[in-house]
Design a binder for this molecule. Sequence first.
Ligand SMILES: NC(=O)c1ccc[n+]([C@@H]2O[C@H](COP(=O)([O-])OP(=O)(O)OC[C@H]3O[C@@H](n4cnc5c(N)ncnc54)[C@H](OP(=O)(O)O)[C@@H]3O)[C@@H](O)[C@H]2O)c1
Length: 293
Amino acid sequence: MKTLILGAGGQLGRELQQSCPQGVDMVAATHAQLDIRQQESVLSFVAECQPELIINAAAYTAVDGAESKPDLAVEINAEGPGYLARAAERCGARLLQVSTDFVFDGQASAPYSPRAETRPLGVYGHSKLAGECRVQEILPMHSLVLRTAWVYSRFGHNFVKTMLKLMAERDSLRVVDDQVGAPTWARGLAQALWALLEHPDAHGIYHWTDAGQCSWHAFAREIQARALALGLLDREIDIEAIPSSEYPTPAQRPAYSVLDLGSTETLLDRPAQPWQSQLQAMLEDLKTHPEED
Ligand SMILES: NC(=O)c1ccc[n+]([C@@H]2O[C@H](COP(=O)([O-])OP(=O)(O)OC[C@H]3O[C@@H](n4cnc5c(N)ncnc54)[C@H](OP(=O)(O)O)[C@@H]3O)[C@@H](O)[C@H]2O)c1
């Protein structure tokens, strides 16, 4: 099946390429190769490629940056997916749009189902929700929206790599303890995404993260413990739990953004893996490939 991946240079885009199943004829486009904000470029690129499937892993993911660049966030996260949906419609392709837990307001106390009411708190969440809506309006039966959360990988910038760097440089850290979510290794997400696409009739909204939940503080402590055991760090530092009010950011974040994976687990006939074992696997991956960005 000919498959076009956008955002090929990002965390998920790179893991999608690494885990591409046999039999998939993959074309991967980085931001430099195709800017999804350029409607004519998108239409001609897709027309030339003639994919049967398009995976959009391209996004403006700077949650705080989006607050001061709302137009850019909307162009990339809402208009770009709309152009991709139009291009997919013209060549009869399915489109998978990756989205986020930040479409929710975080006021729930149980995991959000794919049908739960959305209410983004910031520009990033609003722009991603608008992208979901555009894709579904244009391709109601031929699009999938896969929401995920707290993504990390050995590639790119993410919480795990930032923590490892700070833990090596500093004598103590302060990390927020009142935001709860599900850390998700991009490798496992990529594998679930490929498995989802094996279902030709699947359409609509799906949720996928690693299993379980924790606060950023608990996540940081787990990173430190496992990195020490693997020799990625050589000394333990103090990690203090603080409330979000002591770490102000331009964008407000949901306090609780755990996603209910049940319907996707049932469709894929497999459970998500615990976030702790996925973190272990990523850290081992990082240890094996220390030179990669
Ligand atoms: N990271 C998370 O914690 C998280 C959480 C929930 C959902 N998600 C969603 O998961 C998906 C993948 O995220 P990720 O973590 O892999 O993000 P990422 O590492 O930031 O990768 C995003 C990629 O999109 C590219 N891009 C940006 N603007 C573009 C444009 N106009 N045209 C084409 N490509 C463009 C970026 O290229 P440049 O770097 O060259 O600009 C980058 O390679 C996104 O839909 C994101 O919203 C992520």
